[in-house]
Write a new protein. Structure first.
Length: 271
């Protein structure tokens, strides 16, 4: 059996959480990540017959029965994952009843998965239906994206359009746009269901005045999506109070989308 602390998926979780913490997006216990793993790969590091504990999830995730995820822990700080992954992360498998998680590794202090597990697993279910290669769901509190929530209408067409105007690459990186939810109570099945519904259409979902969710086939893709939104939001916040002299026009966004051959939300442009 290989040492799990050297597993590529543990390394990716360590690097990503450390990076996000350093960017200032994940204060205290803010943010959470879930990553769908390949069973054969996990079996190189763990005895899959050995269950440390079972933890009820409180909701039905039947489409994910048997699936294995590495997940950040509730109350755990991104800041601390790198130095102590076995306390701050856990590897879980969804059992046959669909409502229980078997702990295969981690949370060695008795901890458990993120309070946002409903939003994560429901989003995995939704994304896998439209993109069978989806692996990662990431939630974080990026500073400028959050700031923009307070000064910009929380309307998904207008919000996406403002972001697309801020960087030339935006419409190419997230041509499917950004879904937006109003402020809602977090940690509940309700916000999980609302997020998953948006995830049928979008890989990015803003939680009004809270943060953002991203979905992708790899850690890099998912992080890259959120990073690009955050960069655009930063430019927006640096310029929102100044007279706008220049902008990227809608006709130019069409040129970009067509040149890079991306399927974009035409209805989010004002053509
Ligand atoms: O896990 O970010 O949304 C802490 C949070 C809750
Ligand atoms: Zn949050």
């Amino acid at each position: 059996m290989k040492n799990i602390l050297n597993a590529p998926f543990v390394e990716e979780m360590k690097k990503t959480t450390a990076n996000m913490y350093r960017l200032g997006w994940d204060e205290r216990n803010g943010g959470n990540i879930s990553y769908l793993l390949d069973e054969k790969e996990v079996a190189e590091y763990l005895d899959l017959g050995k269950v440390l504990r079972t933890i009820p999830t409180g909701f039905d995730a039947s489409p994910l029965i048997g699936k294995i995820f590495i997940v950040t822990g509730t109350g755990k700080y991104f800041k601390n994952v790198e130095d102590d992954p076995e306390t701050n992360l856990g590897i879980i498998r969804i059992t046959e009843d669909g409502t229980t998680a078997e702990l295969l590794w981690g949370w060695k202090d008795g901890g458990k998965f993120t309070s946002e597990l409903p939003a994560h697993l429901m989003s995995h279910i939704a994304r896998l239906k439209v993109e069978p290669r989806n692996r990662v769901i990431m939630h974080t509190h990026p500073t400028y994206t959050l700031a923009m929530n307070y000064v910009h209408e929380l309307d998904e067409k207008k919000f996406t359009h403002s972001l697309w105007e801020m960087c030339t690459e935006c419409i190419v990186v997230f041509p499917d746009g950004v879904g937006v939810l109003p402020w809602m109570l977090c940690g509940t099945a309700e916000i999980g269901e609302a997020t998953a519904k948006k995830m049928e259409e979008f890989r990015l979902v803003v939680w009004g005045m809270h943060g953002i969710y991203g979905a992708g086939t790899t850690m890099d893709e998912t992080f890259g999506l959120i990073e690009t939104v955050e960069k655009a939001a930063q430019i927006y916040m640096l310029t929102a109070h100044l007279p706008r002299v220049n902008t990227i026009r809608d006709s130019e966004m069409v040129e970009l989308a067509e040149f890079f051959k991306v399927k974009y939300r035409k209805d989010f442009l004002n053509l």
